[in-house]
Design a protein around this ligand. Structure first.
Ligand SMILES: NC(=O)c1ccc[n+]([C@@H]2O[C@H](COP(=O)([O-])OP(=O)(O)OC[C@H]3O[C@@H](n4cnc5c(N)ncnc54)[C@H](OP(=O)(O)O)[C@@H]3O)[C@@H](O)[C@H]2O)c1
Length: 309
């Protein structure tokens, strides 16, 4: 039976992928996690190259998906060595172990490998990262493709999807400020500044999970896709636009202030729209409209929260 290892199955994207593979395939799925190890998961610190090699040799997967990373740009900026250990060195050791086993390996990368000045970006456009996160992910891409030629980089933009806390995604992390920006019977509104400078393409993790499942199917059929591919939602919006849509979905009148100049301490690109044409040409992909996706995420989170109270 086809066997897939999902490295970083406890994260935002890893969870969506495992859910998709469990629901839609009969494959054997082995999951790893680090600080949040669930009952079906193997504890693995991907910074430990020996442990990675032992895991891959023991489990003998046919394909490996790397969703473990340090994905927070501010954390990467402050500790580039820690970012490198996860986003570069760990990718290299997983890819080396995958090659020794003969497994296809897919590693997730980011639109932040580009500088955001000339969208849309094809997979072979010249990268030029502006911050430490983008640098580490670009080096990780190179480490992957150097270590194995049976490998695929999948670049993705801003992600959102089912969450366990608001801060898991830069989309849902806006919710507390949006809520506070609406007047209630008990509190006055606290107007919320929102970035209206950078254009983002929020992409729903269950859609990315479909893309990865379809790529894994190609691998299982002996038609593995290799090199660099990209997937992106197709609705451009700033965080200000995202906040307006979230407020609408929550049914609140929030006082949002559009910030037309960047204010982040970490430099960020303006518009890194990723061209998804390579995967579209293969008939791969699904796009859930943002309003439907965010509505489902907010409903599910609030329901779970209400159940616990
Ligand atoms: N989120 C976005 O908006 C976005 C956008 C573009 C690209 N990406 C890329 O998409 C991928 C998935 O991101 P995500 O948002 O799902 O990240 P996430 O929610 O932060 O999850 C990170 C995962 O990495 C694991 N991990 C952290 N340190 C580890 C270690 N030392 N050893 C083993 N595993 C470790 C975590 O495990 P524990 O939680 O168990 O510690 C978790 O499963 C990353 O490559 C990211 O760069 C994300």
């Amino acid at each position: 039976m086809f066997k897939v290892a999902v490295i970083g199955a406890s994260g935002l994207l890893g969870r969506a992928l495992v859910r998709e593979l469990d629901a839609e395939t009969g494959w054997q799925v082995v999951q790893t996690a680090h600080s949040r190890v669930g009952p079906r998961q193997v504890a693995l610190d991907v910074r430990d190259a020996q442990a990675v090699a032992a895991f891959v040799a023991r489990e003998a997967p046919d394909a490996i998906v790397i969703a473990a990373a340090e994905r927070r740009p501010d954390v990467c900026e402050h500790d580039p060595a820690a970012a490198r250990a996860l986003n570069v060195d760990a990718v290299r050791s997983i890819a080396t172990a995958a090659k020794a086993r003969g497994a296809w390996v897919l590693s997730i990368s980011t639109d932040y490998v580009f500088d955001g000045t000339q969208p849309p970006y094809l997979p072979d456009a010249a990268p030029n990262p502006l911050n430490a996160y983008g640098h580490s992910k670009l080096e990780g891409e190179r480490a992957l493709l150097d270590a194995s030629d049976d490998a695929l980089v999948l670049r993705l933009p801003l992600l959102y999807g089912p969450i366990v806390d608001w801060n898991e995604s830069a989309v849902t992390s806006l919710v507390p400020a949006i809520r506070a920006a609406a007047a209630t019977a008990h509190a006055a509104a606290k107007p919320a500044p929102m970035d209206a400078w950078a254009t983002r393409y929020p992409t729903f993790t269950p859609d990315v999970a479909v893309v990865i499942r379809e790529l894994l199917t190609r691998c299982a059929d002996g038609e593995a896709v290799r090199g660099i591919a990209q997937w992106s939602g197709d609705e451009p919006m700033t965080k200000y636009d995202i906040a307006q849509r979230i407020a609408r979905a929550l049914g609140i009148e929030a006082q949002l202030i559009a910030q037309t100049q960047p204010t982040d301490a970490t430099p960020r690109p303006r518009d890194c729209h990723l061209d998804s044409g390579r995967l579209e040409a293969l008939g791969i992909g699904r796009r859930t409209p943002f309003d439907a996706g965010i509505g489902a995420v907010l409903d599910a989170f609030e329901r779970e929260h209400a159940d616990k109270n």
